[in-house]
Design a protein around this ligand. Structure first.
Ligand code: EPU
Length: 428
């Protein structure tokens, strides 16, 4: 496994291109199972989570052609629902989308219980409730989720919690069911809308994605299409926070500025300037940073997947900030790493009190999960001296060409090979 070695203290200047959205790609690629013929998907990020879902489909019998670095063609006509490889799916959170997609196509699915970044308990009760309401029987046997239905019938499903994964999974299972499915209290994240657009391009009838009521009228057949994945909101936000934390002037290109509004608002409150263009945002920061309070919320609130990165910025802002996590029970595991760099953060349950310090100091830290890894990189860029970030396989699961992109902005960051082998469990 490699480490990142970062010599901090440089402002960032220049342009960065944002890749396709990880959390859209890991839903859209398995959704190709629902089509009867060839699907071409463009703007796929080259990250290890995406390589994993492609490998899973390949092992299940799909024909996959890599057209170029960011485009694939998938033909799932010969796919087999029984050959979902346990060793690949059991550690991969988004593998649960195979349940919805396989159920939609074959009325059966057998997929390992998903793993995922450890943010506390990660139940799938809302997914199961949705599948059962559509008419499937669900059993959990020896770590496998076994779903079976004679037929799937549209119905009205009220989600007890706002869940991205459950909303997506119910959409996947419902697009070919009979009649009308209504998902109430649905998640509204940009990748929900992207998945709905993809499904509609394949002939589905999904309306209301992006609001909290999604209506899906079942169709009998779905066909191939060509589709381009939206830009990654969280990758864009990560570069925005990096620019604001380090200072400088960075144009973040290939983004949908509307998806970034909650992040832009907080960066402006903290003293950065954010200018929106049609498909880019420019972040500049030349004066000192101010405290601000941030609370994570489902979309359109401030994304939980930006919380660790924001904690780094607030660690070097003037004054005391309150950072509240309202999506996950346990998403402050990275804080211990920032304390080692000199940050002053106290965590009480789902709230962190961050007292800004004039500087952080480079030491060796670990990426404890994907976004925590991104936060460690930003901390290294801001800190005085040299920071070594370990366990960076987490970062590789969600950020395409992170070293190259940051180096183009003037950061002093390298990937350095280390001999000892470690394995990283899961992400997402
Ligand atoms: N929840 C339930 N029951 C369920 C499902 C969820 O109680 O059946 C709870 C969870 O415990 C959590 C909340 O609902 O407290 C939200 O969970 P959600 O289902 O929305 O999360 P997810 O679908 O498992 C996705 C992203 C995460 C991101 C969350 C929240 C993917 C592959 N993962 O997870 O992304 O944090 O939504 O926005 O889309 C990341 O990219 O780094 C990442 C962790």
């Amino acid at each position: 496994m490699d480490n990142f070695v970062i010599n901090g203290g440089h402002e960032l200047f220049g342009e960065v291109n944002i890749s396709g959205a990880k959390n859209a790609a890991v839903a859209i690629i398995p959704a190709a199972i629902l089509a009867d013929d060839l699907v071409r998907i463009e703007n796929i990020p080259q990250i290890s989570d995406v390589q994993l879902i492609i490998e899973i489909l390949d092992r299940m019998g799909a024909e996959i052609k890599l057209v170029n670095k960011n485009t694939i063609e998938i033909d799932t006509s010969n796919i087999n629902y029984q050959s979902v490889p346990y060793e690949l799916t059991s550690h991969f959170r988004a593998s649960y989308y195979l349940i919805g997609a396989m159920l939609g196509r074959f009325y059966q699915a057998e997929v390992a219980m998903p793993g995922g970044c450890n943010f506390g308990v990660r139940p799938i009760d809302q997914h199961i409730k949705g599948f059962e309401m559509l008419g499937a029987d669900i059993d959990i046997v020896d770590g496998m989720v076994c779903a079976k239905a004679e037929k799937l019938m549209g119905t009205s499903i009220y989600m007890d919690v706002v869940s991205v994964g459950a909303t997506i999974n119910i959409m996947l299972a419902a697009v070919k069911s009979r009649g009308l499915t209504i998902i109430e209290n649905a998640a509204k994240e940009p990748h929900i809308v992207d998945l709905a657009n993809f499904l509609n391009s394949m002939g589905a009838d999904v309306r209301g994605a992006g609001t909290d009521v999604i209506k899906i009228r079942g169709v009998e057949k779905m066909h191939g299409c060509t589709y381009s994945i939206i830009p990654d909101q969280i990758e864009a936000g990560t570069y925005m926070v990096a620019a604001a934390a380090c200072g400088g002037d960075v144009l973040i290109k290939n983004v949908i500025p509307k998806h970034l509004e909650s992040i832009s608002a907080k960066l402006e409150e903290a003293g950065a300037e954010v200018i929106e263009y049609d498909d880019a945002v420019r972040v500049t920061r030349f004066k000192s940073l101010n405290k601000c309070n941030v609370k994570t919320m489902p979309h359109p609130g401030f994304p939980t997947d930006m919380q660790p990165q924001m904690a780094v910025l607030l660690s070097v802002a003037n004054g005391t900030s309150i950072l509240s996590e309202s999506v996950w029970d346990n998403r402050f595991q990275y804080v211990g790493q920032l304390l080692r760099m000199g940050a002053d953060i106290q965590v009480d349950g789902k709230v962190a009190v961050i007292v800004g310090k004039p500087k952080l100091t480079g030491v060796t830290v670990k990426a404890t999960d994907l976004r925590a890894g991104a936060a460690m990189i930003i901390a290294g860029l801001v800190a005085e001296g040299t920071t070594v970030v370990e366990d960076i396989a987490y970062v590789d699961r969600g950020y395409e060409d992170v070293v190259e992109k940051l180096a183009l902005l003037g950061a002093d960051i390298k990937r350095v090979e280390v001999k000892e082998e470690k394995t990283v469990q899961s992400v997402g």
